[in-house]
Ligand binder design. Structure first.
Ligand code: 3EB
Length: 331
C-alpha cells in the first residue's frame, strides 16, 4: 500500500474537461493547458498553453482537453520548456527535434534531463502525469526499436528521480514523419500516490525480453483525493501481450486493466471504483478501420453519457492494437 500521508491531504486538483472550443474565442483565464489532436498545419498556435499532437481523431474530434487551474495562472519559458502554473500545479511542454540530439534516445534523454532540472527547482517538484509522442514508435528491430530507444533515453534523463513513484504516463506513436519528440506533463506541489495494477507486472520490472532498459511509469496516479489519472493501459497480463490480432478482445482486456486500477484508486480515495458518466476516456487505435468495433464495444462497457475520444495512433509494442487512458474525478 502507498504511504497514506500524501493522499489524505485535501490538495487542490486541476479540473479536466473535454469541451468544444470555438476557434478565435478567448481561452479561459484559469487555463493551464489545452490539448488538441490533428495535423499540426490545421491551426497555428497562438497561446503557449496550447499543445497540438499530430494524431488523427477518429471520434470526438470536436473535443479539446482542457486543464483548468483552481487559482491564478502564470505562464513562462525556461530553456526549451514552456509552462503554465497556479500555486499547486504546473503544466509543461517540451518539443525537441530528434535530429538535433542524435536520434530518439538522445532526444528523450535531453528532454527528461531538462524536465528534471526544471521541475526540481520550482514550486511544483513532483511529476504526476506525462504524455510522450513521437513518430514511428515501432520502427527498428529488437532492442533498436524506437520505443525501446526512447525508454533508454528516458531512464538516462530521469536518473534516480521518482524511483518507484513514477508518474502515470502515455507513450504513443505518431505517423506524420515529423522528427519532433513531444512531451507534456502535469506536476504538483504535493506528490501524487502512484497506483499499481496487480494483474500486471510493474513496468520498471518488465523482464529483459522487452528491452535493455525498462519503461518508467506507474499504472496511474492519484492527485489529492478527488482525481485519478490513469496511464495508457493495454492488453497486457503479467508482462505478456494478450489476444494477438483480436482488437475487441484486446480492448476488453485493456478496460479490465483500467477498471482494476480504478478499484485501487477507489479503495484509497474519494473517487468511484468504476467508470462514471464524469470519467473521460481516450483510446488509441493502431488500425483506423477497426474504429466501429472499438467504439461499439467501448459504449457497451462504459456508462451512458461518458465522454470519450478515439484517436489513430501506434502502441509501443507491435502486437498491441489498442490502448486506453482515463481521467477520473469525483462529481
Ligand atoms: C504497457 O503497459 C503498455 O512507456 O510511458 C503504456 C503507458 C505503455 C506508458 C510508457 C508505455 C508507456 O507497457 C505501454
Amino acid at each position: 500500500m502507498p504511504d497514506t500521508a500524501a493522499y489524505l491531504q485535501p490538495a487542490a486538483a486541476p479540473r479536466v474537461e473535454y469541451r468544444h472550443l470555438d476557434p478565435g474565442a478567448p481561452l479561459p483565464e484559469n487555463l493551464l493547458a489545452v490539448v488538441t489532436f490533428g495535423a499540426s498545419g490545421d491551426r497555428s498556435l497562438c497561446d503557449p498553453r496550447e499543445v497540438r499532437v499530430g494524431l488523427t481523431p477518429l471520434r470526438g474530434a470536436e473535443f479539446a482537453e482542457l486543464w483548468l487551474a483552481s487559482g491564478r495562472v502564470r505562464t513562462g519559458l525556461a530553456g526549451a520548456i514552456r509552462y503554465a502554473a497556479d500555486a499547486d500545479h504546473l503544466f509543461g511542454v517540451v518539443e525537441l527535434d530528434e535530429r538535433e540530439h542524435g536520434g530518439i534516445a538522445g532526444a528523450a534523454e535531453a528532454a527528461y534531463a531538462e524536465i528534471r532540472r526544471f521541475t526540481q527547482s520550482n514550486a511544483c517538484p513532483h511529476l504526476l502525469r506525462v504524455w510522450n509522442h513521437f513518430d514511428d514508435i515501432n520502427g527498428g528491430k529488437g532492442d533498436a526499436e524506437r520505443y525501446r530507444l526512447f525508454c533508454v533515453g528516458r531512464a538516462a534523463g530521469l536518473g534516480d528521480w521518482h524511483r518507484e513513484n513514477y508518474p502515470a504516463a502515455t507513450a504513443i506513436g505518431r505517423r506524420d514523419g515529423d522528427s519532433t519528440l513531444q512531451i507534456y506533463w502535469l506536476a504538483g506541489r504535493a506528490a501524487g500516490v502512484a497506483l499499481k495494477n496487480s494483474r500486471q507486472v510493474n513496468p520498471w520490472e518488465y523482464p529483459r525480453a522487452y528491452g535493455s532498459v525498462s519503461p518508467q511509469f506507474s499504472r496511474g496516479m492519484l492527485v489529492g483525493r478527488e482525481l485519478a489519472l490513469i496511464s495508457g493501459t493495454a492488453s497486457i497480463l503479467g508482462h505478456a501481450s494478450q489476444h494477438a490480432r483480436d482488437v475487441r478482445a484486446q480492448l476488453d482486456e485493456s478496460l479490465s486493466n483500467l477498471q482494476h486500477v480504478l478499484e485501487q484508486a477507489g479503495a484509497i480515495s474519494a473517487v468511484a471504483a468504476k467508470l462514471t458518466a464524469r470519467s473521460l476516456l481516450r483510446a488509441y487505435l493502431r488500425n483506423a478501420d477497426q474504429i466501429d468495433a472499438v467504439e461499439q464495444q467501448l459504449r457497451e462497457r462504459s456508462p451512458a453519457g461518458m465522454k470519450y475520444q478515439l484517436l489513430a495512433g501506434d502502441i509501443c509494442r507491435g502486437d498491441l492494437l489498442v490502448e486506453v487512458e482515463g481521467v477520473h474525478a469525483t462529481g
